[in-house]
Design a protein around this ligand. Structure first.
Ligand SMILES: [Zn+2]
Ligand SMILES: [Zn+2]
Length: 370
């Protein structure tokens, strides 16, 4: 598979040589992770012209994710400090994997995408060769890369990616809404692992961005949904989206047939098992900072199904997530609590998500080319 930034001289597609020459030596503003606590807004080499099978996307909006905050505060986790086996890239890396934008240039051999199309990006860069890739599970690739982690991402004016990562937004969709495609796809993937519940009692633990996305999708599918959190501000935000939001101590033991743990907070992860009814399912999406204790006896004696959920797939998750967003634009847009310009992505974005007011925020979008 072609990888990001692969379009060096000699690999660029037909008909784009003149453009590539014009871009040669050009720079663009971007948000780059250099080291833990060191993320800079700076000029970087411009996104290369797309090679065969690639597309250059001019970024409209890019969301800041909990995983970006994780890399900022405590990384590197996913960001490679030696060349990544699939992408060849390493730090410093341009952050950003929740990307919407417009097709800017189409490489040779790419069909179905035209210059100016509003698109959302699938964030995964699988190796394409391992057993998981061969089995149709690229999100579980043994050498999985991600844009904005192991290849330059979308907190930049533009990026060049394999065309397979580019999903056209539904007709007329605003780029700001399309930038929510990735987090809603992550949520939808978790629901598929929960057996796509319909008409069931569901508890969502954690009402940050992913918790809200999960809850909105569950309600849309006709489920009875309770959202639990410890922070009053987050509960108030969830309630303003029409959700039944309650303090975490109101969670009922055995009260849900499906529990979706979206907080990653250690006490919440272990408590999530208890919230499931016998034979129920617990889907874990949150990433705890360190190993968490689980009451395995409770899992065994009550046959609780504990499932991990990793990211999303372009066709099965991102495309339907975009369709959901098209149907629920006004409600889904309320997941966004702030929109900041690119030059404020650190001060008003990452810092806002780690500061004392962080519970006031769910999704912060960076407006890049909007
Ligand atoms: Zn994310
Ligand atoms: Zn693979």
């Amino acid at each position: 598979m072609a990888v990001i930034r692969a379009a060096a001289a000699g690999t660029i597609g037909q008909g784009v040589d003149a453009y590539a020459a014009a871009m040669d030596g050009a720079t663009m503003p971007a948000v780059r992770w250099h080291a833990r606590g060191d993320v800079r807004v700076e000029q970087v080499p411009a996104a290369p012209a797309p090679g065969a099978g690639e597309v250059r996307v001019r970024v409209a909006f890019c969301g800041i994710c909990g995983s970006d905050v994780h890399e900022y505060l405590h990384g590197p986790f996913t960001i490679p400090t030696r060349p990544h086996p699939t992408t060849g890239a390493m730090a410093p890396i341009v952050l950003g994997h929740e990307v919407s934008g417009w097709v800017d240039t189409v490489g040779s051999g790419v069909s179905g995408l035209a210059v100016g199309d509003v698109v959302a990006l699938n964030a995964l860069l699988p190796c394409g060769r391992c057993p998981q890739c061969a089995a149709g599970a690229p999100h579980l690739c043994l050498q999985l890369g991600h844009i904005g982690m192991s290849a330059d991402g979308g907190l930049a004016e533009a990026l060049t990616v394999p065309a397979a990562m580019v999903v056209a937004a539904p007709p007329g969709m605003a780029p700001q809404l399309a930038a929510l495609g990735e987090p809603f796809a992550v949520a939808l993937h978790a629901l598929r692992l929960a057996g796509s519940p319909v008409g069931r009692r569901c508890t969502v633990v954690g009402s940050g961005t992913i918790g809200l996305c999960v809850a909105l999708l569950l309600v849309d599918a006709g489920n009875e949904v309770t959202v639990l959190d410890v922070a009053e501000e987050r509960l108030a935000h969830a309630a303003s989206l029409g959700l039944d939001a309650r303090p975490v101590d109101e969670g009922v033991r055995g009260g849900a047939s499906v529990v979706l743990e979206c907080s990653g907070a250690a006490p919440a992860v272990s408590a999530a098992v208890g919230l499931a009814e016998p034979g129920g399912t617990v889907v874990l999406l949150g990433l705890p900072e360190r190993p968490v204790e689980l009451d395995v006896t409770d899992v065994v004696l009550r046959e609780v199904h504990v499932v991990g959920s990793m990211s999303h797939l372009a066709d099965a998750d991102l495309a339907p997530a975009l369709a959901f967003l098209a149907r629920n634009a006004e409600l889904a847009a309320k997941v966004v609590t702030a929109v900041v310009p690119l030059d404020a992505a650190v001060s008003g974005g990452l810092e806002a998500l780690v500061g004392s007011d962080r519970a006031r925020h769910a999704k912060i979008l960076v407006a890049v080319g909007a």
